[in-house]
Design a binder for this molecule. Structure first.
Ligand code: CJB
Length: 845
């Protein structure tokens, strides 16, 4: 329409437009301008933080030019769009990434230096945007980068938490403590408040069905909360295409607020306030669990706030999507032709009854018309088959908070049953997604029945989704509704940005532009022949060595610890969870420690030196996971102080794991551990990051480890442990035919007894953790310990053959092309969402 063109004189508008390609002088002018006016600071006393803020504002101006062009192009062309609904976006820092994607990194580095600053120090000033717990949230961030880089019209929708994932502190006893993460305190240059984009979101009240035979209802009364939009620019790599991540903030409609935050009682504080602004005040720190495992806290209240978060976010997002769709002047029946909505796990499942409510109550469609639209709009990705992670909401809770949605959920369930009967498969319990006592709604079932397609995140996992938790639906709806999209990672952040030296060596070696292989990662295969080239291997390993030194330097400046770099770096970084088996790793370290203690000095000289790193957060109420951290910290104290062993074995728990810490750890790793009980890790994505950076993988036959091995070759990975089909039977054996550990696995029994005897202190505190292994051993530590230790020995042997090891490292990187998130996002675009790239012109209107 006409209103998409400028009013007044177009030439005057164009003359005033900024453009992005800048020389160094334009960069310094822009930074100085921001120091002078945006920050109102003086050149003579500007510190690194000020320099960061000015540089960020300058880069933001460039992003905004592209962002505006992108949005205008979409408005004019009206392509089908996809919306990625995720409660978590674990973005990390933005400045470095934005400059690399804009192609301005060198100019800014130069410019900043001319102004008397060092770019690395400036970059370090930025706080991570840590609006996520772990893999699920980081995946969402990688997918945004890939969507923009592929020029795909994909917007993210999430929540603007005032506090991201908690900061982890370690007490003198080695316990995890949690402190709030006030990431917005220094102002956030990367967000644009859209105070004019707001929606009223209702909670509670009453839903009265109309008795006009239409099935419509009127929902009224209760509480209304205001949703305010904040936009975050998502730049594509080597393109003007710049997408949007819209985050919602909750505000009371009448501007009062109970703002209490109690740092000593983190989860308690989360639940303390039921005010409107509490809805987006804090990210829930629970990963892989629907509620805090510790039942002593007022659980129902905590659940209610989480339900309100989920509805607040889905309702605001759908209202926004609907408004944009209507502005385009289309007929409501065409909705699925222009809109695809991806549900990142079950957290946004309320979008399904919410869209039904809009279509029936507001748009006057019949149930069948509405259901056709809904089931052609949504796509659902499952991220875990762990039973405790499958969301269930008590019916009385939904009935109270969202009375109209509960009616609709019952109607969906009933309609499913009618369909079921007509298909003569009434023995199947599939539509019983409202079940139990008290009744609960199983969100995975609702998400499945309301979606066009359902997928898992790696081949094995997608298979397990179809054969376990959604088995009945596969029988009922047909297998073609179910698929797999193996996860991916963005090679921009996870190679070019975090490992600039390796990136430069690759570009030089492949003799193609960096922008070519970073957008087609399969090009890395061109490195394969260089594994045979001795000089190349020397360069490759020198870079690994410098990355180890960079990590050692980081640890020294932040923690004051001296780490030796003439050793193998062995890394396990991820959320602390029993299924990920950090316990297996620490028990292996202890086993090694005692083996070293028994050796003669001559024997020790032949040993492979090892530095073991752990990092990761535990959910604040996950008692066993917190004990695991405490054990690791206290074992580290003993081992690192022991003159008999400290030359050969060092152990570190690095506190407050984050995206930024991962960017330093991953390039420095020789080997990383991905050792979940078979069948429990849906995919894993850090496994891909390590391998892309030439670190080898030690893992179980699980998740994406399997596909990594398929790509790089079994001889380049170290696998151990029982396979998925054996797990059920082993658990049965543990319960009904238990064998004492002393008999089943004597070396493990010895290690457990040493801990119990107090060698690592603790005065008995570790018993509950040890008992999980001595008793039911649900995660199969006793079954896999021997093969784990044997495989660690193979790793040592392989590492001592330095040249062979480097060959493995090169071959691993070379074969990681499949795991680019560009490949993954293209699969979603083509086989799920049916959207196409839209090319974005450079240079404004
Ligand atoms: N995942 O991070 C989470 N949180 C959950 O609650 C459930 C799953 C992870 O999602 C990643 C992205 O798909 C997977 O790679 C990872 O295996 C899974 O644990």
């Amino acid at each position: 329409g006409k209103d998409q063109w400028p009013r007044g004189d177009e030439g005057v508008w164009r003359d005033g437009m900024r453009t992005v390609d800048k020389d160094v002088q334009a960069v310094t002018r822009s930074i100085v301008g921001h120091v002078q006016t945006s920050l109102a600071r003086q050149a003579y006393n500007l510190d690194n933080l000020g320099a960061y803020q000015a540089a960020a504002l300058s880069a933001r101006d460039d992003l905004l030019v592209n962002w505006n062009t992108t949005q205008l192009t979409f408005t004019r062309k009206q392509p089908k769009r996809a919306y990625y609904l995720s409660l978590e976006f674990l973005m990390g820092r933005t400045l470095d990434n934005a400059l690399l994607n804009l192609g301005l990194k060198d100019k800014f580095t130069d410019g900043v230096q001319k102004l008397g600053f060092n770019m690395e120090d400036v970059i370090e000033q930025e706080r991570d945007a840590a609006l996520g717990n772990g893999g699920l949230g980081r995946l969402a961030a990688c997918y945004l980068d890939s969507s923009a880089s592929q020029e795909l019209p994909v917007w993210g929708y999430g929540l603007r938490y005032k506090y991201g994932i908690f900061q982890q502190l370690i007490s003198p006893q080695g316990e995890q403590l949690e402190a709030p993460d006030p990431w917005l305190d220094n102002q956030n240059p990367w967000e644009l408040p859209r105070l004019d984009v707001t929606y009223d979101i209702r909670f509670y009240g009453r839903a009265d069905r109309l008795d006009d035979g239409t099935g419509r209802a009127v929902w009224h009364g209760g509480q209304e909360v205001l949703a305010v939009a904040y936009d975050v620019m998502i730049p594509g790599y080597d393109t003007a295409s710049t997408n949007n991540l819209r985050l919602w903030e909750s505000k009371p409609q009448r501007g009062f607020d109970l703002n209490s935050f109690n740092a000593g009682n983190y989860e308690g504080a989360v639940e303390a306030s039921n005010s409107a602004s509490a809805i987006t005040s804090v990210l829930y720190p629970n990963d892989h669990t629907t509620c805090a495992p510790n039942r002593s806290i007022p659980i129902h209240f905590g659940k209610e706030l989480r339900l309100k978060q989920q509805y607040f976010w889905t309702a605001a997002s759908l209202a926004d999507i609907m408004r944009r769709f209507k502005n385009a002047g289309k007929n409501i029946r065409e909705f699925p032709d222009f809109v695809a909505i991806q549900l990142n796990d079950t957290h946004p499942t309320l979008a399904i009854p919410e869209l039904m409510r809009i279509l029936i109550d507001d748009e006057d469609l019949t149930w069948d018309q509405a259901w056709t639209i809904v089931t052609n709009t949504f796509f659902y990705t499952n991220h875990t088959v762990l039973p405790e992670a499958l969301e269930k909401w008590p019916v009385p809770l939904i009935e109270n908070v969202l009375p109209r949605h509960m009616q609709i959920i019952y109607d969906i369930s009933m309609n499913g049953q009618v369909l079921l009967a007509s298909n003569h498969v009434s023995d199947i319990q599939l539509t019983a997604f409202v079940e139990g006592q008290p009744k609960q709604v199983r969100m995975a079932h609702l998400a499945c029945i309301g979606s066009r397609k359902v997928n898992g995140v790696a081949e094995l996992h997608s298979e397990l989704v179809q054969t376990t938790i959604l088995k009945d639906f596969v029988e009922f709806e047909g297998v073609s509704k179910f698929g797999n999209v193996t996860n991916g990672i963005t090679p921009r952040r996870w190679l070019d940005q975090c490992n600039p030296e390796l990136s430069a060596l690759i570009t030089k070696t492949l003799k193609i532009e960096k922008s070519v292989w970073l957008k087609d990662l399969t090009k890395l295969e061109g490195l394969l022949p260089f594994a045979e080239d001795k000089a190349f291997r020397a360069q490759w390993s020198a870079i690994k060595q410098r990355n180890k030194e960079r990590l050692a330097h980081h640890v020294q400046t932040t923690l004051g610890l001296i780490i030796r770099t003439d050793a193998m770096f062995d890394v396990q970084i991820k959320r602390i969870h029993e299924y990920k088996r950090q316990t297996l790793n620490i028990l292996g370290v202890i086993h090694r420690y005692f083996a070293l203690k028994k050796m003669t000095p001559e024997e020790k000289k032949k040993v492979n030196r090892r530095v073991v790193f752990f990092a990761g957060k535990a959910a604040p109420a996950y008692y066993i996971a917190k004990l695991t951290i405490r054990l690791i910290v206290n074992v580290a104290r003993v081992i690192n102080a022991d003159p008999d062993t400290k030359e050969y074995l060092q152990l570190y728990f690095l506190p407050d794991y984050s995206v930024s810490l991962a960017e330093v750890l991953i390039p420095a790793s020789d080997i990383s551990q991905h050792i979940s009980t078979a069948g429990t890790e849906a995919s894993g994505t850090s496994n891909m990051k390590f391998c892309l950076n030439g670190g080898l993988l030690l893992g179980t036959v699980d998740g994406a480890n399997i596909e990594i091995a398929e790509e790089v070759g079994e001889n380049n990975v170290f696998f151990f442990g029982h396979l998925t089909p054996a797990v059920e039977d082993l658990r049965y054996q543990h319960l009904y035919h238990p064998v004492p550990i002393e008999e089943k696995c004597p070396p493990l029994a010895f290690v457990l007894n040493q801990i119990s005897a107090g060698v690592f202190g603790g005065d008995g505190v570790y018993e509950p953790l040890l008992n999980t292994i001595r008793q039911s051993d649900y995660y199969l530590i006793t079954d896999d310990f021997d093969s784990y230790i044997a495989t660690l020995e193979m790793v040592d042997e392989a590492y001592l053959d330095k040249e062979e090891w480097i060959k493995k490292s090169i071959r691993t990187t070379a074969k990681m092309g499949k795991f680019s998130s560009d490949r993954a996002i293209n699969e979603y675009a083509e086989s799920y969402w049916n959207i196409e790239p839209v090319s974005i012109p450079t240079g404004g209107l």
